[in-house]
Design a protein around this ligand. Structure first.
Ligand code: DX5
Ligand code: ZN
Length: 220
């Protein structure tokens, strides 16, 4: 089974509650929240106060993707703010295993996010401590970028890496996913599918989520 995780980065922030209700009615179960610090990525987005407000406004699973330097300074605070899933980038954390354990002890699912240019071998040691891996299929920083085609092969290799180790780590994929490529992505082993512009960039977010579920299910 797979889930659609709409990224609110592409939503209209002046009516965020409506935008969230729309994707929920379309069948989304997870809300993807992109946290950017202007250092790890060349963009600044939202932080803890917004996550706290979102927690009061929705029962959807809140998935915070931390694109920030030194994520260990903030990861547990995001759990306390109401996040159900917190991912930190392998490129940003020199004490990754410790951060993953801290996220889990605080009561959330812990994820390792990995950039397109970073080899899967960098996941090896911390993988048993992660509930999920967030595979980036664009270079993080902005919504609306094109899917990097080699990500499909990387996704398949990640799936094999997890299976070979007998782990139950889930795979989330993020960047450039739409109705045209979701089938292949689901077939290749991804279970949580982030979609920003494909959901919020086309006028009817509920319908867009339904279409993604439909196209993904056809090949699941
Ligand atoms: C990119 C973010 C993504 C982004 C996805 O840095 O991590 O979550 O919102 O947007 P789309 O689906 O438009 O590529
Ligand atoms: Zn993201």
């Amino acid at each position: 089974m797979f889930e659609i995780a709409p990224s609110i980065l592409s939503a209209d922030f002046t009516k965020l509650a409506d935008e969230i209700a729309a994707v929920e009615s379309g069948g989304a179960k997870v809300l993807h929240v992109d946290v950017m610090d202007g250092h790890f990525v060349p963009n600044i987005t939202i932080g803890l106060p917004v996550v706290k407000s979102l927690r009061k406004a929705t029962k959807l699973t809140i998935d915070t993707h931390l694109m920030i330097e030194e994520p260990s300074r903030y990861a547990v605070q995001f759990v306390e703010a109401g996040a159900d899933m917190v991912s930190v980038h392998v490129e940003a954390d020199v004490h990754l295993q410790r951060t993953l354990v801290a996220i889990k002890e605080a009561g959330a699912k812990a994820g390792i996010a990995i950039n397109p240019g970073t080899p899967l071998s960098s996941l090896e040691e911390a993988l048993p401590y992660a509930d999920f891996v967030l595979l980036m299929s664009v270079n993080p920083g902005f919504g609306g970028q094109s899917f990097i085609p080699t990500s499909v092969d990387k996704l398949r290799r990640l799936k094999k890496m997890i299976d070979d180790r007998g782990l139950s780590t889930r795979i989330e994929i993020d960047g450039g996913i739409d109705a045209g490529n979701i089938a292949e992505i689901v077939r290749s082993g991804a279970e949580i599918i982030v979609a920003g512009s494909a959901v919020y960039g086309r006028g009817n977010p509920a319908e867009a989520v339904r279409e993604l579920i439909d196209k993904g299910t056809a090949w699941a």
